[in-house]
Every structure is written in C-alpha cells, then in structure tokens.
Write a protein that binds this ligand. Structure first.
Ligand code: 1PR
Length: 541
C-alpha cells in the first residue's frame, strides 16, 4: 500500500486520522524526529490543542526547519485544524508566538456576544466555484475551534491561495486553503464523514493538486452551522457480564418485571455504526456504571472505541469514570491518564460527570479559585477545551417562591405537586444516586471557568419519558454560559427536536431511547428538521 507520513509531535486523537487514511488505501508511517521528515513524500501535520502549544512543540523538537524544507521542496503537505493556524504569522490566542508565516495575517477569536464559542459542529467549506481538493459546496465539514482567520474577499487569493470559507453567525472565516503543494483545513476531514474522506483521498492520490483552482460549477449555496443531532449510547455490563447498550427511565435501566434484568438494547459498536449511517452528527458513549468499576480494568470500553473509530467517521465522545482513581493493584491513576487512553483509542472528547460536580464544589468552597489540578483543567490544557464535555445530571426541585432557596430558580409553567411556581435544578453524582447542594447554573459557570468546552445537559425527570426536552432547563443553562450546550433527555419524536432548536438557543440535541427502540431513525429526525426549515447535514453515502 502507498505510504503517507504523519508528524508525531503532540499528544492527541490521531487514531481517527490513521483510520481514515487506511480506509483510503494508504498506510501511515510516523515521523518521530526532525531527520525523519526528509523520508516523507507526503506529509500531514495534525493539529491538537492550542496555537502556542502546537508551535512551541514543533519549535522545541526542532521540526520547523524540516517542515519548511519539505514544503520548499514542493512535496505534498497537509495541515489540519491547529495545523492550518500554524501556517499564519500568529494568533491572538498566544500573542508573541510566531507561526510559520507562510500566509500573512493573524488569527483572532470568534465573537461570543451572540453565539457559543468554541465553534463546534458541521459547517461549510465553500470554495465558491473553484476546485479545492474535491470540497463540495453542498457538503458539510466538522469544525471545532475558537480562533479563526477572518475571510476578506480577495486577500488570500491575491497571495495565490485558493480559499474555502465557512460562516458562523455573522462571521465569515477561512475553512480551507490550498496553493501548489500545500493543503490546509480548519475542519477535521477524518471526522467529516464521507465528505472528509473524499478530501483526504484527493490529497493522497494527488488528484486535488492537479485540478486545484479550476473553475467547477456555478455559485455555491450559502450555509451556516447546522443543527447537530447526537445519538447517545448508555453502556454497561449486564448480569451475564456482556457489555450492552441499555437505556433507563429516569435513570433506572432495569426491566420492570420480577427478575429486574438490565435492559439490553443491542451491541455498542454495531449500533454506533448504524447511527453513523443514518446521519448522526456525533456519537456519545456513556459508561454508566464506571463509578463502581475501576476504569483501568474496564478495557472493553477502550476496545469499543477502537472498533467504532474504524467505521464511524464523526466525532466520538466517551464518558464515565474520568477522574483520579486507584487501580486494583493500588497504583494511582490520574484523570488525564485515563482520558489519554480514551483519546488514543479513538475518542475525540471525554465527558466528565460526577467529578465535575465535586470539583465545582471545591471551586466555590475556595472562593471561586482555580487550582489547576482538576480533571477538567488538566485535560483541557493538554487537549484543548473542545475535548472536554461536562455531563450534567440534574433533578428538578420545586419551591413556592424564588426567595425560598439560595439557588438559581426559574418560574415554571409546570407547577410542582403542591402548586409551587418556581423550581431549580439540583446537580447529582453517581448517575443520579446522590443529590448535591449545587444548582445547574453554579455548576455550568464553574466548569466553564475551569476550561470545559461543552455541556451535555441531561435531565433525570425527563430521561426516557419521551415527553420532550425540558426547555426551561435548557434556557436557564444557555443563559448562564457561552460554551455550547447539548440538550438531552426526553426526545420522543422528531417534533421534540424541532421544539428544542426553535424555542431555545441550544447548540445540539441528543436522543437515546427514541433511536434504540427503533421508533424513529436519526435520518427521520433530520428530514423533519430540514422540512421545517432548520439547516441540517445530510448524510452522504
Ligand atoms: O459520573 O463521570 O462517571 O459519568 C457517568 C455518566 O453516566 C454520566 O454522564 C451520567 O450522565 C451517565 N449515567 C449514569 N447513570 C446513568 C443511568 O441512566 N442510570 N445515564 C447514566 C445517563 C442519560 C443520557 C440519556 C439521555 C437521553 N443517561 O445519557 O442518553 O437522558 O435519553 P432519552 O433520549 O432516552 O430520554 P461519571
């Protein structure tokens, strides 16, 4: 099989990239020292973390002259995500740190006054009517970043670049650029389904370079970030010891009959693939009993990720048991090490539940002080904020009036059993088994301060009820933070997804039982959203 070289300079999830390259019929050879760059014919620079981290790693390991020499020799070079940012002169993310300077200009941060940052999800890479490595204007690509190069018509083109753009809110940014032997994308082709694999293949075969910049088709359709639909698989070992997908009603996953067996809805890897092929924009696995088991002994979850990432080319999130822990032999294992194992096995994000609540308690206990050593802080420092999701398991608590509690309340249209007209949402840990004296607003704000990149907002009251998302809860949390929020729990039909997207500003919506029970497919949900005029990514088979 033909070869491509990947630069191994920073920790991160490169497994999906390797899988995507192999799927395209190429093998990967790692470049582990600057000298080895000279062996490369085609070189890929994956980008992980933030601009300064990426540049300082490249510089301190002595890669910069070797990478420049590769590019100057006219050999094919591709850069992904932070990799494209490295081509510019600098970034306001890390002022004073120089980039490669192949493109004039500095990156800046998306404006978060009216939209969530990071920019996470599926958006355009619109090269207008120019050919750019088989990018298609009607396709969508997976982005996850907070910094971008703002697009000014004609600016990069006058330096000889062919440019593809995306639009987020009212900001137009550079999604991909190419010139001569260089291709760089802000999005992740390895996470962009069939559309991303097409671009990768076009780079690997060299076809994209031959046709670069040629006139292709008429004016491209315009688009923005799509409505993200996520399929979630709660995974646990059943009473026979098999790892199964299960689903609870208000977190109770046992059948109602006398034997109270764990509900078994299928096999995790197969189900994840099915949802990918139905058009799920992301797949989330939650290991729901990890608080009991030692995660290191829990190797089947790693195997599930490895196998899933061979066939599922959209982002994968894994949650459950990500915290400092002690292995069965007494060895201490840090949350960062556990997260690293998951990233190496193919996860793009890790989701932290119980540990986030405990860390937030310490944060407030110390007068809103960051210690730098929580799982959220450590993992986001190493892998970037976008890699850390906080999963929240709240329960509604009714009060007669706002002043009856110190917590952040809302007036509710669904009064409590005694007619209470206010409520607040109490955070729980251990899968809802223990309720803490912390509300969702407090938790969301604390974890945002610690560096979480996204919130997965479950709702124990609605979980498995098919009665729709708790819109009041979603609105309260959205108003409290700038990072994206995923609405979860209660989806029972496609109209519920429409409701949460129309009536709140949620960034994504997640369903579990609706898909597992076979009531609706992901595609039916997305078709419904499209029919109602909400932009979604269409699955390209
Ligand atoms: O606390 O860091 O070890 O993480 C444990 C993780 O496991 C948390 O993310 C927690 O939400 C999850 N979890 C623990 N127990 C359960 C349970 O169900 N008994 N599941 C559980 C959480 C909720 C959602 C579900 C939505 C949508 N499940 O994941 O998918 O509610 O369901 P629906 O569409 O069918 O209504 P840690």
């Amino acid at each position: 099989m033909p070869k491509v070289h990947l630069l191994d300079y920073v920790a991160g999830n490169v497994r999906s990239l390797v899988n995507a390259i192999e799927k395209s019929g190429y093998t990967v050879e790692w470049v582990r020292t600057p000298d080895e760059v000279a062996n490369a014919e085609k070189l890929i620079l994956p980008g992980v973390g933030h601009f300064g981290h990426c540049m300082s790693q490249l510089a301190s390991a002595g890669y910069l002259p070797a990478v420049r020499a590769h590019i100057d020799a006219g050999k094919p070079f591709m850069a992904i995500c932070v990799g494209i940012q490295a081509l510019f002169e600098g970034s306001s993310e890390d002022p004073g740190v120089p980039g490669l300077g192949l493109i004039k200009g500095e990156l800046d941060r998306f404006n978060d006054a009216k939209k969530s940052v990071p920019h996470i999800g599926w958006n355009n890479a619109n090269a207008s009517s120019k050919s750019l490595y088989d990018l298609r204007p009607e396709s969508k690509y997976y982005y996850v970043h907070s910094y971008k190069y703002p697009y000014v018509e004609g600016e990069l083109e006058s330096q000889g670049w062919t440019v593809a753009t995306g639009t987020y809110g009212d900001e137009v940014f550079v999604g991909a650029v190419a010139k001569d032997n260089i291709l760089a994308t802000q999005f992740h082709p390895e996470k962009s389904g069939v559309a991303g694999l097409r671009l990768l293949r076009s780079f690997l075969t060299g076809d994209g370079r031959t046709t670069l910049g040629q006139q292709t088709r008429g004016p491209a359709p315009t688009g923005n970030l799509t409505r993200r639909v996520i399929a979630c698989l709660d995974v646990r070992t059943n009473d026979q010891g098999d790892l199964v997908v299960t689903k609870g009603d208000q977190y109770d996953v046992r059948e109602k009959g006398s034997d109270r067996e764990v509900r078994n809805l299928g096999k995790p890897v197969e189900m994840a693939k099915k949802y990918y092929e139905q058009g799920a924009d992301e797949v989330t696995f939650l290991n729901i009993t990890s608080f009991r088991d030692c995660p290191l002994a829990d190797l089947p979850m790693l195997e599930i990720l490895r196998r899933t990432s061979e066939t599922v080319f959209v982002p994968l999130t894994i949650g459950g048991g990500i915290r400092n822990t002690v292995d069965t032999d007494g060895t201490k294992v840090g949350a960062l090490e556990i997260a690293t194992m998951y990233f190496k096995s193919g996860a793009d994000k890790v989701s932290i539940g119980s540990d986030a609540v405990l860390a937030a308690e310490e944060y407030y206990g110390a007068g809103r002080k960051l210690f730098g050593n929580t799982a959220i802080e450590q993992i986001s420092r190493a892998y970037g904020n976008q890699a850390v999701v906080v999963s929240v398991d709240p329960k509604r608590v009714y009060v007669p009036k706002a002043a009856a509690t110190r917590h952040n309340t809302i007036p509710t249209s669904f009064p409590g059993p005694k007619g209470e007209e206010y409520c607040w949402y109490a955070c729980t840990i251990k899968g809802g088994r223990e309720t803490r004296d912390m509300d969702v607003v407090e938790l969301a704000q604390a974890v945002e301060a610690m560096g979480a990149g996204e919130i997965l907002l479950n709702c124990i009251d609605r979980d498995g009820t098919s009665s729709g998302f708790d819109l009041e809860l979603v609105r309260q949390v959205k108003a409290a933070v700038r990072i994206p929020v995923i609405a979860s729990s209660g989806a029972g039909n496609p109209a519920h997804f429409e409701d949460v997207f129309r009536k709140t500003t949620t960034d994504a919506a997640l369903g579990a039982g609706i898909f597992h029970r076979g009531e609706y497919t992901v595609q039916q949900v997305k078709d419904h959203l499209a029919e109602k005029g909400l932009e979604v990514r269409k699955y390209e088979g």
